[in-house]
Design a protein around this ligand. Structure first.
Ligand code: ATP
Length: 346
């Protein structure tokens, strides 16, 4: 069932939480709403669920306009950050609860509960209470409960925020597996860019109540359309400057850098976004940038260092061998993105 969100706006008193948001999620895909605290992602999810009403705009599930449809008739499954399980019920009772309300036969309920728990890897835990399970297991129960009712749409609000880092990685892969196996259309709220890049078909990067960019994870990472998106998704250096007559970048500090092709129209104010992994240490003659290493951090599989250019700009780059602070390095960019739209940095 595809989801179509058109022109959704919402204010709370003086606060504009959402401003004319459009988003389409094709059937069977997982879209994440990614952004910093307060950007409006939870509000948007709650509007899709029906917990909140929009001031303007339309939401459709397939052909069905759901603006006036109450939550319980929207055929959604919702997974909360806090799990929201009933502590006095067993795991099986939690998953069965909604099914019982639907007046299914005892056998049908038992079958669906068993299938749901098998899907999330909790067979054998039927009689446990939520308090006897780990956070990750509790979230699996919540997921099984949401999916047991065979909703058209699965909505998840920061479902992994209460888990430790390792479990978060494991659980996000589980969520993606289950979403793909069931083929359900899903919207997932997170502030964690790694999570969004790993599990999504589509990432909607939000900033100040607006969607700044929607695209496949690779698009958003490799071709950010605004300075905010470039800086929020992944590590980046943004070099601000003006395009010279010969298509190079004139830095405010007076330096000039060529990138092998014209950066745009002469005189245009642009940012050039450089990912650390796209910069390479080169011999002096081939360097686009020459700078002094001001810090270096070991990150296991690689190192990330920062070079200060003569005009004071700081450039992050990835490399393998240790580099002493103070060393002079020549760098060249294998890839870069020219960004015309300055929406600030995250
Ligand atoms: N019920 C409410 N009453 C008043 N203001 C609200 C309400 N809900 C949200 N807001 C405001 O709307 C804006 C967007 O909030 P929202 O919770 O959607 O952001 P968010 O991106 O999900 O942030 P977080 O990750 O912190 O939950 C914020 O400024 C918030 O303070």
């Amino acid at each position: 069932m595809d989801i179509s969100i058109e022109g959704i706006s919402k204010t709370f008193g003086e606060t504009t939480a959402l401003e004319s948001v459009d988003l389409s999620v094709p059937s069977g895909r997982l879209a994440t709403l990614l952004g910093a605290s307060g950007c409006g992602k939870t509000t948007l999810l709650r509007i899709v669920a029906g917990f909140e009403t929009a001031d303007t705009g339309a939401i459709r599930f397939g052909e069905r306009d759901i603006a006036k449809v109450p939550v319980w008739k929207r055929r959604i499954g919702f997974v909360f950050q806090s799990y929201a399980l009933w502590p006095h019920m067993t795991v099986a009772e939690n998953v069965a609860y909604g099914l019982r309300l639907r007046k299914l036969s005892k056998e049908a309920v038992a079958d669906k509960v068993a299938a749901g728990l098998a899907m999330v890897g909790l067979t054998g835990r039927e009689r446990h209470r939520p308090g006897q399970l780990s956070g990750g297991q509790q979230q699996r129960v919540a997921l099984a409960r949401a999916l047991a009712l065979e909703p058209d749409v699965l909505l998840m609000d920061e479902p992994l925020s209460n888990l430790d880092a390792r479990l978060r990685v494991e659980m996000r892969r589980e969520i993606r597996r289950i979403q793909q196996e069931t083929g359900i259309t899903a919207v997932y709220v997170t502030h964690d860019q790694d999570e969004a890049l790993e599990i999504s078909d589509l990432v909607a990067v939000m900033n100040g109540g607006r969607v700044e960019q929607i695209g496949a994870p690779e698009d958003v990472y490799e071709r950010p359309g605004t300075t905010f998106v470039a800086s929020f998704v992944g590590s980046v250096t943004l070099l601000r400057g003006q395009v010279t007559d010969d298509g190079e970048l004139a830095l405010p500090s007076g330096g000039k850098v060529g990138f092998g092709r014209p950066l745009g129209q002469a005189g245009a104010a642009v940012h050039v976004a450089l990912r650390p992994e796209d910069l390479r240490i080169v011999e002096n003659g081939q360097a686009q940038f020459t700078g002094k290493v001001v810090r270096s951090s070991f990150q296991g599989s690689s190192r990330e260092s920062v070079a200060e250019l003569p005009g004071g700009e700081l450039l992050s780059f990835e490399h393998r061998r240790p580099l002493p602070t103070g060393a002079t390095v020549g760098l060249a960019a294998d890839r870069f993105t020219v960004i015309g739209q300055d929406t600030g940095v995250a």
